[in-house]
Design a protein around this ligand. Structure first.
Ligand code: GLU
Length: 483
């Protein structure tokens, strides 16, 4: 059997789009599952779109996501270079080969002529503007003369009319195009650079790519690629076109409706495992209801046969849910590392809190947060005593008799020596009994006093983590402020 070799072939635009991450991931999963090779190839032949630092960003985003490749610009391999801008001679040679065979031709048409042609075709309401093969009939002498006169030129694919172009797509099954609807695509531009189509096909061939797995937006380019493979006499790779990514309103996923850069998600604190899990499910499922996956399980389960045709909706709620799930299942020591990073970026960086204190916060809050930063934002009271108290809860729970009752509680707490959670609970129960009130009457004001909030982790966990001295100090302060 032929070796499985797949590639992710982005054009560096400055960031990694989540759709690009999905393409890269499916290629990666397919390669790993089938003991194949996963290759990164940078398609940077469009010099107008060149962005400084884009390749480095892209590589950093792939590495962050854990999609390590076997061959690529920075890791090398037997089929390099892996940057198309370093392969220009190769494309020229292949374009010449097509010209010699009559499958491509020089075109000297000026932009003005092409513009006019398009206008005329638009007037005639042709379904699609197409080059009219004007230069196909140039004689050798004319071509020579144009060269001597240094006229700019492009090289075009010579698409023969009235042909059916058929290919099998693993996801879309049999796909058929009419060659009359396929333009004589430019293969080499006037700046000498190849277009995507030529470079892509030549490289997929030279790099021995067995499966081309890419987004559906490239489906309409595939007939051109199929013709190129045929013209060269090369065996076509297998194609798999992945479904579009959609906004919740079913329009094509766009920046206007949310973040599309992987870097944005990373910077917002999404876990790489959660983002990978989420992106894997954008168009694929294992055939059951399971939604929580780690990378190794995805590799084990993945198959192109289970990729859908229908567009996949990008549901941020689900991503948030998966982030919470992955966070919860992380070992506490790993969460600690994340929390420390968040603390460094917060106003509490000066506090120098010991690890075991932070680990207690993690244990108490783990089930209540979705992001590492929420170990701070939802429970600031672990880092600093409250100075304000939730108004609604004050109105509802802070009664004229509350200060007196809390003072009793302080007295009881004072008797405790190095109290455990259970000691706090016992002292609390005892006080409520002595006061002859239900525990509920006391617990809400107590929570307000120590945290300023009406919700949070278990009351006695909270007291235990804060410690006796701090708890007493906070209750006294609340009595002073709320009266
Ligand atoms: N360079 C194309 C892109 O930016 C690659 C498409 C393909 O995989 O053939 O996505």
């Amino acid at each position: 059997m032929k070796e499985i070799r797949v590639r992710f072939a982005p054009s560096p635009t400055g960031y990694l789009h989540v759709g690009g991450l999905r393409t890269a991931l499916y290629n990666y999963l397919f390669a790993r599952k089938n003991n194949g090779k996963f290759i990164l190839r940078i398609e940077d032949t469009d010099r107008n779109r060149y962005v400084e630092g884009a390749v480095e960003n892209l590589i950093a985003a792939l590495k962050w996501a854990g999609l390590d490749y076997d061959e690529g610009p920075d890791v090398g391999g037997n089929y390099g270079p892996y940057m198309q801008s370093q392969r220009l001679d190769i494309y020229k040679k292949f374009a010449d080969e097509l010209i010699a065979k009559g499958d491509a031709y020089y075109c000297f048409c000026t932009t003005e002529r092409l513009h006019k042609l398009r206008e005329e075709q638009e007037k005639q309401k042709l379904p699609q503007a197409k080059y009219d093969k004007h230069c196909l009939s140039l004689f050798r002498e004319e071509i020579e003369q144009n060269f001597n006169n240094n006229l700019p030129y492009v090289i075009r694919l010579n698409v023969k009319p009235n042909q059916k172009i058929i290919f099998d797509d693993i996801i879309r099954e049999r796909v058929e195009f009419d060659s009359n609807n396929v333009d004589d695509q430019v293969l080499i531009k006037s700046d000498g650079y190849p277009t995507y189509h030529l470079a892509n096909v030549v490289d997929d061939y030279l790099m021995k790519i067995s499966h081309v797995i890419r987004g559906e937006e490239w489906l309409s380019s595939t007939p051109k690629h199929a013709l190129l493979y045929d013209a060269f006499g090369w065996e076509r790779p297998k194609f798999a076109h992945l479904p579009l990514l959609l906004n919740p309103d079913k329009s094509k996923l766009s920046k206007r409706q949310g973040d599309v850069a992987v870097e944005d998600y990373r910077d917002k604190g999404y876990l790489k495992d959660a983002l990978i899990n989420f992106v894997a499910l954008l168009g694929w499922n294992a055939g059951d209801d399971k939604e929580f996956y780690y990378m190794n399980e995805l590799i084990d389960k993945f198959s192109l046969d289970r990729v859908n045709k229908a567009g996949a909706v990008f549901d941020l709620q689900k991503l948030n849910w998966l982030n919470a799930e992955h966070l919860r299942k992380m070992p506490d020591d790993d969460i600690l590392k994340l929390l420390k990073k968040e603390i460094l970026n917060s106003q509490f960086s000066i506090l120098n809190l010991p690890d075991n204190y932070l680990l207690q916060i993690i244990a108490a809050m783990k089930e209540r947060v979705s992001f590492a930063k929420e170990f701070i934002t939802t429970c600031q009271y672990f880092y600093t005593a409250p100075t304000e108290y939730e108004q609604k809860s004050v109105e509802k729970n802070w009664k004229p008799e509350t200060p007196e009752q809390l003072r009793k509680l302080i007295d009881e707490f004072k008797l405790l020596d190095n109290p455990t959670k259970e000691d706090f609970e016992h002292a609390f129960g005892k006080t409520a009994d002595q006061l002859g009130i239900g525990k509920g009457k006391l617990i809400h004001p107590l929570r307000l006093a120590v945290s300023g909030q009406s919700t949070g982790p278990g009351m006695f966990d909270l007291l235990f983590i804060l410690g006796k001295e701090e708890v007493i100090k906070r209750i006294e302060k609340a009595i002073e402020i709320l009266g």
